[in-house]
Structures are given as structure tokens and as C-alpha cells.
Design a protein around this ligand. Structure first.
Ligand SMILES: O=C(O)CCC(=O)C(=O)O
Ligand SMILES: [Fe+2]
Length: 500
């Protein structure tokens, strides 16, 4: 992460489906500029390698970027391959629009974005306890998707995990790459993108040896093991490597190896259990129509479901309308990039794309404000902002608190007090993953379009309630949209005097 420094101005395509759609569009523009020369073998090979023609309609495109495997593929091939293809096209062809191609290539994902995409895949694997061999084959939890990781995708995951020092994961990915290697032995591809077979062999063996050396106690840690292995391999010739690799990949040996690689199991944390949907659903508290919080509700009561009584968490259904969702998604032009975990040494919890929605005058904003008042009975100051968030490839939120003693200071807090209540609207369904989890309370809530939850972050006396700790599980498959508002303490002075 440190390599290139963190450049906030750069597009983070992988952190939101909005970003990924932009990237897909970029690739499609690139293709459109080649179509005139469609007969060329090189272009044919390129179009084949990106599975062009699959994503014609907006629905298909959204589906494509909502799947972590195809999303990763997209980021990888635009980052790694596109510049090489471009170079080849420029050299080989009489293209009228060479400048356009160069211009498009200038916007490809950088290595930070590429790494974020790999970390998203890793996060899905870890948090949902998936097997890498399943993932590579398009099996996500119990669902088999038609999308598979290609040879180069698998190899790239291996390299990135290796670089992260996760040698077990690297070995698992290299193993999966080795299974596709002969089939994708495509001459044109290898000529233009390079033939990584030798690298695969070497890296696969290195990853295995490093892992085994630490696992067996031969080395104290990864660094020591890696140093030993590098030294050993420096003396070995290619013939030995080939021989070793051949042995390793023999079916009978591979089966044994597979067992060993997947042997160790780690118990799930409470957050992860929540993500798996393992928490017992609380015996139904109450489901009812709320027609008392505000006078308006007498006419149009809201569907309310208590999630927890102490601390109080409540869910409302059908409180955000499709027409409103359309409008708030339309705000996505102003999205700021998602952040990585680490930024200037301080932990940043937010890796999703966010947009702060300030426009107080909009009638929609007023309606949503009113609905928040109807649901909570609290006083919303006009200076409170609403945030639209859109998630991307395996993006999530670490367990955190919304009150600002968790290390966050916002200008509102000094004038409005701490964040008493969090209100969260779900502006989409999520096909797989993406639950909101309260690990201390053993509660998880899976997004349902149009629903909202709200909860207290502070006790009645204004001090922090640590039970409000919550997190967002990585999205596995889907397009997650939310709307968040924090209601601050001071404006409740007269609304709910007993609070303070
Ligand atoms: O989207 C969610 O489920 C929760 C988001 C959240 O925790 C936050 O915005 O602080
Ligand atoms: Fe939060």
C-alpha cells in the first residue's frame, strides 16, 4: 500500500459499483475504437480475452460489476493487460484513432486500486470462510456462478497474496492457476501479455516452501522462511524446478496437497458469524404499525419491527421509495473515492464510495427528513447531513462506533454534540453478503430495499454505549446502496429532555 503513496485524486474503481461501471465503460470505449479493424487476429484475440459482447444492456453491465469475480477480472485486465494490448495495436495497425486509445489507457486503474480489488477478494474469502478453489471456480457460498477466474486472474491473486506475505493463500491461488495453465496456452495472448508459466512454477514452489517452513517450525516467521527459500532457489536450475513442479501437479500428489492446504481452520469472530447469518434471530419482539410518534403517522402509520429493546434498535419497512432511490443514486457524480485501511498512519474505516448530500432545499431531502422525524421523534438540525454510500468489490466497514470518541471529529460535533442516533436506510437489496452486524448484541440485519433501521449510540446521560458497535459485512454479490444520517445530541434538548 505504501509503494506509490496514496493518491486521493485517483479514481478508485473497485470501491463502488458506480466506479466499476465507469471502468467497464472505459473498456467498452476502447473496444469501440477497434471495431473497424475487427478482422485482425490480434483484435479478435483481445475481444475473446475480455469476453466482449457479454455486457450489452445496462442490466447485464450492473450484473457484471456486482459479481466479485468479474469485477476483479475487469480491474486486473485493464490494469495489467490493456496497456500491452494498446502498445501492440498501435504498432500493428493503421488505426485512425490512436490518440483516443492512448487517452483511454491513461485512465486505467493504478496498482493501489488493483491491490484493493485483490484485498476485496481476500476479504470475501476470509470473512465468509470460503475455499479459494471454490472461489476460483465461481462458487460463492452455495451458489455456482457462470463466471470463473481466468488463468491470469488466478495468477495475479497468487502474486498479490505473495506480496502481502500470505503464502498459504498465494499457494492456493497458484495451485488453481496451475490447473488452467495448459488450456489457456494461447500463442497470441502469451506473445502480447507475456508467458507467465515459468513464473508460476517458481512462485508456486516458493509459496509452498515458505508456508511449510513456518508451519513445520523450521522457521520462526515468514521473513526468515522467505530468506531461506530465496537462497535455496537461487542455486536451483530451471530443470529442477520443472521436475519438482511436475511432481507437485500430478493428480495423486495434488489431492494430498489440497488436503494439507485446507487443513487449518480458524474459529469465526462474532462479526464473521453475523455475516454468515449464524446468529439466532431473536424471538420476534414486536411488529406493529407506528401511528403515534408524530401526528402525521395517525394518517399514514409506518410498519415497524423492534430489533432490540435494550439497547433500542428498530427497523421500519417501506420508508424509502423507488423514485427517491433513483434521485439519490443520481447524486453519484459527486462521489468521493473509497479509502484504504491505512491513510497517513491513521486507521480509516471507510472504504466505500460516499457522497455527502448537502442540498437542503430539495423536496426529496425534506421528505426523507420528515420520515426520519416520524420514525425517531427526534429533532433534526438542518446542518445535519445525509450521506449516500455505494459499495464495491468486497467493500465493508470494520467494527466501529459512530460516536466521535471513536476517533472521529466532524465540524457538527462541536456545535451539535455527539452522534446520538444513527439512521440507516437500505436503498437496495443485496443478493449475497452486506449485512449490518452488531457483534456485541449478536444481531445481523440483511439489507432490504426501502427499509431503514435506527439505533442509539449513546446512553441517556450522553455517554458512549459500547454495545452500539457495528460493522458492515463485505458485499459478496450485489449492488449495495445506503443512506445514512446521524442525529446529534444537543438539538434533542427540548424534544426529549430526559435524554440529557
Ligand atoms: O451501511 C451500514 O450497514 C452501516 C454503515 C455505517 O456503519 C456507517 O455509515 O457508519
Ligand atoms: Fe457506523
Amino acid at each position: 500500500i505504501e509503494d506509490e503513496g496514496y493518491d486521493e485524486g485517483k479514481e478508485r474503481y473497485s470501491s463502488s459499483t458506480v466506479g466499476l461501471l465507469k471502468l467497464l465503460k472505459l473498456e467498452q470505449k476502447f473496444v469501440e475504437n477497434l471495431i473497424a479493424n475487427e478482422e485482425s487476429e490480434t483484435i479478435k484475440a483481445y475481444l475473446f480475452s475480455i469476453d466482449y459482447k457479454k455486457n450489452q444492456s445496462p442490466e447485464e453491465r450492473l450484473e457484471y460489476v456486482s459479481n466479485p469475480l468479474s469485477a476483479f477480472s475487469l480491474v486486473r485486465r485493464t490494469h495489467e493487460d490493456l496497456p500491452k494490448w494498446n502498445k501492440q495495436f498501435q504498432k500493428e495497425m493503421e488505426l485512425t484513432n490512436k490518440v483516443v486509445l492512448d487517452e483511454l489507457v491513461a485512465y486505467i486503474p493504478d496498482s493501489q486500486d488493483f491491490l484493493e480489488a485483490a484485498l476485496g477478494i481476500q476479504r470475501i474469502e476470509r470473512i465468509y470462510d470460503l475455499r479459494i478453489d471454490d472461489l476460483a471456480k465461481g462458487i460463492l457460498q452455495d451458489k455456482q456462478y457462470s463466471i470463473r477466474f481466468t488463468f491470469r486472474d488466478r495468477l495475479a491473486m497468487g502474486h498479490l497474496m505473495f506480496k502481502q506475505g500470505d503464502f498459504l493463500a498465494a499457494a492456493k491461488w497458484y495451485r488453481m492457476a496451475s490447473k488452467l495453465e495448459p488450456k489457456e496456452d494461447n500463442k497470441i495472448l502469451n506473445k502480447i501479455l507475456g508467458d507467465p508459466t515459468d513464473i508460476l512454477k517458481l512462485q508456486y514452489l516458493k509459496a509452498l516452501f515458505v508456508y511449510a517452513s513456518v508451519f513445520s517450525g523450521d522457521s520462526q516467521n515468514n521473513d526468515e522462511a522467505l530468506a531461506k527459500v530465496e537462497k535455496k532457489f537461487a542455486d536451483i536450475g530451471n530443470v529442477d524446478i520443472d521436475e519438482f513442479y511436475l511432481k507437485l501437479t500430478k493428480p495423486e500428489n495434488d489431492i494430498e496437497l489440497e488436503k494439507q492446504l485446507y487443513e487449518t481452520q480458524r474459529p469465526s469472530t462474532d462479526f464473521e458469524k453475523g455475516c454468515h447469518g449464524e446468529f439466532q434471530s431473536k424471538s420476534r419482539l414486536t411488529c406493529s404499525y407506528n401511528h403515534t410518534t408524530t401526528p402525521f403517522l395517525r394518517l399514514a402509520p409506518l410498519k415497524m419491527e423492534e430489533v432490540s429493546r435494550n439497547p433500542y434498535i428498530v427497523m421500519y419497512h417501506d420508508v424509502l421509495y423507488d423514485s427517491e432511490i433513483e434521485v439519490l443514486k443520481g447524486q453519484s457524480d459527486g462521489f468521493s473515492n473509497g479509502f484504504a485501511d491505512e491513510k497517513n498512519g491513521s486507521i480509516i474505516r471507510d472504504i466505500v464510495a460516499r457522497h455527502v448530500w448537502w442540498s437542503e432545499e430539495s423536496p426529496i431531502r425534506e421528505r426523507i427528513n420528515q420520515r426520519i422525524i416520524d420514525m425517531t421523534g427526534l429533532n433534526i438540525s438542518i446542518t445535519e447531513k445525509i450521506q449516500v454510500a455505494n459499495y464495491g468489490l468486497g467493500t465493508y466497514f470494520k467494527p466501529h462506533f459512530d460516536y466521535t470518541s471513536d476517533g472521529f471529529q466532524t465540524p457538527e460535533v462541536s456545535t451539535l454534540g455527539d452522534r446520538l442516533v444513527s439512521v440507516l436506510f437500505y436503498a437496495s437489496d443485496v443478493a449475497q453478503g452486506g449485512a449490518t452486524v452488531f457483534p456485541e448484541l449478536k444481531i445481523s440485519i440483511f439489507p432490504r430495499i426501502g427499509s431503514a433501521i435506527w439505533w442509539y449510540n449513546l446512553y441517556n446521560n450522553g455517554t458512549s454505549d459500547t454495545r452500539s458497535k457495528h460493522s458492515v459485512c463485505p458485499v459478496i454479490q450485489g449492488d449495495r446502496w445506503t443512506l445514512t444520517m446521524w442525529i446529534h445530541l444537543f438539538p434533542q434538548m427540548f424534544k426529549a429532555p430526559c435524554l440529557i
